[in-house]
Design a protein around this ligand. Structure first.
Ligand SMILES: [Zn+2]
Length: 322
């Protein structure tokens, strides 16, 4: 028996474990259970190739897919006071922050970028749900203000991708103050006559829905995104009634007049180009994947670049803050 358990079994186990595929190469679709190869999934912008389920995408990946040739410049966001309330639950707030920064590789829950989409200069901000639930704290407030200020300076539209569990409780009342602050930032754009477009992604909830995420000129949502102030579970518990099918999901909200469009992620770039150009009173853009803008070609304009050679967005250079 000893010989079998000490020698034969480890040998058999080692033969089988060698055949196992590393876990990170495959992702299981949470909706239909299909195993998706990571390359296939990232090429499809984290949308299931079998059932079209939209999984989370990081702001950086999203921007690479949206901007011409995947090139954009990050807009600097002023850093807020760290842990003003000395907050502590099971963990200290600074420790939670460090863990989130390590896990995501980003400084905070929002990324602001400037670049061109279909040769239209735009400023974009995207919230990162994987960073502490995309929660709106002072940094997110600062990011939206920085984005709005940059948009006004550049006379460019602002496109905001929301994804949040709500306000960041670790910052207490200071996080709630971001609701009026961001509302004022949106007002700056309106005063300057610049379009403000909100793309609501799964999930957009709480104080974010009660402020900047619902103040756009145009509201687009990704398919099946949960968009609400209080979630369906809370409402069900409060009213003690079963809620209708698809309640608070993008398609339901579109039917009930809360949204303007529900757009699949693969069509988002073309849709945003069309809408921003329409709102800015520009001529329709040239279709297709445009190469990154080159400063010396600025005078040439976009003439004759129809069916421009599609460049791999992954290979494109990412200029740091301009
Ligand atoms: Zn699926």
């Amino acid at each position: 028996m000893n010989w079998i358990s000490n020698y034969v079994r480890p040998r058999i186990n080692s033969i089988f474990s060698r055949r196992e595929v590393p876990e990170n190469l495959w992702t299981k679709c949470p909706e239909c259970g299909t195993m998706l190869f990571h390359r296939e999934l990232t090429d499809n912008l984290n949308v299931c190739t079998n059932c079209d389920h939209h999984m989370a995408i990081t702001p950086r990946e999203r921007f690479k897919a949206l901007f011409d040739g995947g090139a954009f410049a990050e807009v600097e966001v002023p850093a807020p006071v760290v842990d003003p309330l000395q907050f502590r639950d099971q963990k200290r707030y600074p420790d939670r922050m460090k863990a989130a920064q390590k896990g995501s590789g980003e400084t905070e829950a929002m990324l602001v970028a400037q670049g061109e989409m279909g040769r239209t200069p735009v400023v974009a901000a995207a919230q990162d749900f994987s960073f502490m639930g995309g929660s709106m704290g002072m940094y997110v407030g600062n990011a939206i203000i920085a984005a709005a200020q940059r948009a006004v300076e550049a006379k460019a539209p602002l496109i905001l991708f929301s994804a949040a569990g709500g306000a960041r409780m670790q910052e207490g009342i200071l996080s709630l103050m971001q609701m009026p602050r961001t509302t004022v930032a949106v007002e700056m754009l309106k005063e300057a006559g610049l379009p403000y477009i909100v793309v609501l992604t799964h999930p957009t909830t709480g104080g974010v829905t009660a402020s900047y995420a619902m103040l756009g000129d145009v509201h687009i949502a990704e398919p099946n995104a949960l968009i609400c102030f209080a979630g369906p579970r809370v409402i069900e518990q409060t009213i003690r009634e079963k809620l209708p099918e698809g309640f608070q999901r993008a398609e339901y909200l579109l039917d009930h007049g809360m949204l303007d469009r529900v757009t699949p992620r693969k069509d988002m770039r073309e849709e945003l180009i069309t809408i921003t150009r329409m709102l800015l009173g520009l001529s329709p853009a040239i279709k297709g994947d445009l190469p990154p803008p080159k400063p010396e070609q600025a005078e040439d304009g976009p003439q004759g670049t129809e069916e421009a050679p599609a460049e791999e967005p992954q290979d494109a250079v990412e200029p740091k803050t301009a």
